[in-house]
Design a protein. Structure first.
Length: 532
């Protein structure tokens, strides 16, 4: 198996004059980005730098991309950290991942100065540091600050003997404590090899880069695009508020995002017919894709495939996919979401009940996954690893190791896996259980309310007392009554939301997904103030 870093180096040497990265109006060729990354790698591999992981705090700037490649070329594990994370979370990640070097921007040198002075780091890499900032940094109680001038002195080639550990993604656990998910060469190579069998673009294609680095689809944005000679086109923080302009201006051919970003474009009124003729491939991932949004995107990008990709971080980016046809978008069934399709490559996907037994052909259950993309477990979390990665009683093979996703799924008549919600989104009202996703689908399919998110309201005892629905549709009282009328024969009254609240935009988390926890907290804190 050729190491993924070796393949990356070959790609950068081969595609030298092509554009590897574009940030606003600035382009960097493969040759230029390779040179800058080798300089950083030279420093990281030198005696001047201690061992340990390389944290990437900067986002959507040259230093971020230089940092990812520099770490990989230097055989160092990179660890992306979302800059919006709390101080305590950043400290926890730095400690858990044994980060010794942090790549930051010049602005972050000031913004996070208090935090940076408390971290046990060997050095801060600030490639674009100006002279004035350098003088101030020397006077502060900071780790060594290394700028581009210093990095340029380490220019040189890198060789083989690549590290098996590539990157660590941190996800929030049920307790709120971040869990580290280390991904190795076998995991990522298996993904890249399977993923590229669904890809037929020639070098020079223009790909979006919408994901925060701490969200693992960003790895596909970067590594896969660079392996195949494409241009990574950064969606800057400022342009997150007008992504349609970015798509048109840049002539994006390969679009990848969470559905929430596409929904935001729709709310801006920008999903008009043939709005995005340049897009040839549309990839959605990270959360459920509704058929309503898929239909709207299809009209806006008529020359594009429409693809739904699924995969927990523990299974290395994507593990299943569905390319959906126009006829399938018109299918009327009980599921309002686009299917997550079939397994990628040699992976096995099965559905089990609470006792780990296989369910019947039409039954719902937990999705479990087996194959080479499964990570080895959580970083220094043996008990959590043992609970999530288990042997199945019916699997008699030598590789009896399955990841329990916590996702509730079923299979449709075509054999596609269909997402139904999270197991931890099941609630109980007056002793009766229901999935919040089931309530949402009723409101979508019968109430014609789309998009919609349903959250629980808790009593003083901690039990779920009732439900509240949020939507970005503007509704008056008569329209809300009409929604209830259309739904009343399709859901028991006890499970119908007591209030339907219109808001301008759903809150999102660091990954761009709808932030259900915040909606739940807001609903419980402001219940009496919520409009009917």
């Amino acid at each position: 198996m050729t190491h993924i870093v070796g393949r990356l180096i070959s790609a950068f040497e081969h595609y030298g004059p092509l554009t590897a990265l574009k940030i606003l109006d600035k382009k960097y060729s493969y040759g230029e980005l390779y040179r800058l990354s080798l300089q950083m790698a030279g420093y990281l591999a030198s005696e001047d730098s201690t061992s340990g992981a390389v944290g990437i705090l900067v986002q959507r700037e040259l230093a971020a991309y230089q940092g990812v490649l520099g770490a990989l070329f230097a055989n160092r594990t990179y660890v992306p950290i979302n800059p919006q994370s709390s101080t305590e979370k950043i400290k926890s990640i730095v400690k858990q991942a044994n980060i010794s070097t942090l790549v930051i921007s010049e602005a972050q040198l000031y913004e996070y100065r208090g935090l940076l002075e408390t971290l046990d780091l060997d050095s801060l890499l600030v490639p674009e540091l100006t002279a004035s900032s350098e003088n101030e940094a020397r006077e502060a109680s900071l780790p060594r600050v290394i700028d581009q001038g210093v990095l340029a002195t380490f220019e040189g080639a890198v060789g083989g003997g690549y590290s098996d550990s590539l990157y660590i993604m941190f996800t929030s656990g049920s307790t709120g404590t971040p869990k580290g998910v280390p991904i190795n060469n076998r995991n990522l190579t298996s993904f890249i090899n399977a993923y590229q069998s669904h890809f037929d673009f020639e070098p020079g294609f223009i790909a979006s880069q919408t994901f925060d680095f701490s969200f693992d689809p960003s790895v596909a944005d970067l590594i896969f695009t660079w392996l195949h000679g494409g241009q990574v086109t950064a969606l800057t923080k400022e342009e997150l508020y007008c992504p349609s302009d970015y798509i048109v201006r840049e002539g994006i051919q390969v679009w990848a995002s969470v559905p929430a970003l596409a929904e935001f474009i729709r709310q801006l009124g920008a999903l008009e017919e043939n709005s995005f003729p340049s897009i040839e491939r549309s990839i959605f991932c990270g959360e459920a894709l509704t058929k309503s949004l898929a239909k709207a995107w299809r009209k806006a990008a008529p020359n594009s495939t429409l693809e739904n990709w699924y995969g927990p971080t523990e299974t290395t980016i994507y593990i299943s996919h569905k390319v959906i046809s126009d006829s399938e978008l018109q299918d009327v069934d009980t599921n309002h979401y686009v299917p997550i399709g079939a397994g990628l490559g040699a992976h096995e996907l099965c559905i089990v009940d609470a006792n780990h037994q296989l369910v019947g052909p039409e039954d719902k259950g937990e999705l479990v996954i087996k194959g080479p993309q499964l990570c080895d477990g959580y970083l220094d979390e043996q008990r959590k690893t043992e609970r999530a990665f288990v042997a199945m009683p019916w699997d008699q093979s030598a590789e009896n190791r399955w990841y329990k996703t916590g996702d509730l799924v079923w299979r449709n008549a075509k054999g596609d896996f269909c997402y139904s919600g999270r197991l931890d989104n099941q609630i109980k009202i007056s002793g009766r259980r229901i999935e919040l996703g089931e309530v949402e689908r009723c409101l979508q399919v019968y109430g014609r309310l789309d998009p919609v998110v349903v959250v629980p309201i808790y009593s003083e005892s901690g039990a779920v007392d009732r439900l509240v629905a949020y939507t970005t549709q503007s509704l008056d009282k008569d329209q809300i009554k009409e929604v209830k009328k259309r739904c009343r024969n399709n859901i028991e009254a006890i499970f119908y939301p007591k209030k339907i609240v219109s808001i301008s935009k759903f809150p999102t988390n660091f990954s761009g997904k709808v932030n259900r926890k915040k909606l739940t907290a807001d609903a419980n804190d402001q219940l009496e103030a919520l409009p009917l």
